[in-house]
Design a protein. Structure first.
Length: 165
């Protein structure tokens, strides 16, 4: 079970007991916010994409963003030099190791690169999923970086800044 992989992964920092499990679904930003009891923006959604390698094959990447942020296609293309192509449902579990609804940046398959979007930095803590469609864990930005092994912070999203039109 994916949540057990996440629990095992988080044992490295002795925070596995902080995983919250709900009697209801937390598979979407709205459902997760309701289950956790926070505003939807504080849900750290994990989006999965395919990026081409130099040898013409593809590998999976994850972008963790605030619940109210949307990937900006032009920013994405500028950063990755390719169009944004989300993984299909069956590819998510196969390439990432978690099923849709529980995708998170913890305990993912080797080779998966993780990027954290700056849309998260306006919060002290956020709630990413924890490997199942009814779980989450509250983490600080520093913990999110450490626990996810993220590659870097990126600015790939739109729709979350008050001054955006």
């Amino acid at each position: 079970m994916s949540i057990e992989i996440v629990r095992e992964h988080l044992k490295k920092w002795n925070v596995q007991d902080r995983i919250l499990e709900f009697p209801v679904s937390s598979a979407t930003v709205e459902l997760a916010a309701e289950a956790v009891g926070c505003e939807p923006a504080r849900i750290a959604k994990t989006l999965s994409f395919l990026v081409p390698d130099k040898d013409e094959s593809n590998h999976a990447i994850l972008i963790v963003a605030a619940g109210d942020a949307k990937v900006d296609n032009s920013k994405y293309k500028h950063y990755f030099h390719t169009k944004a192509k989300m993984l299909k449902g069956e590819q998510v579990t196969e390439l990432i190791g978690h099923a849709i609804g529980g995708v998170c940046p913890f305990g993912v398959k080797e080779g998966t690169e993780i990027f954290l979007d700056v849309s998260l930095k306006r919060f002290e803590t956020v709630f990413p999923a924890a490997g199942s469609s009814n779980s989450a864990i509250e983490v600080t930005m520093e913990e999110l970086e450490r626990f996810s092994g993220s590659r870097t912070w990126v600015d790939l999203c739109k729709g979350w800044q008050a001054d955006e039109t």
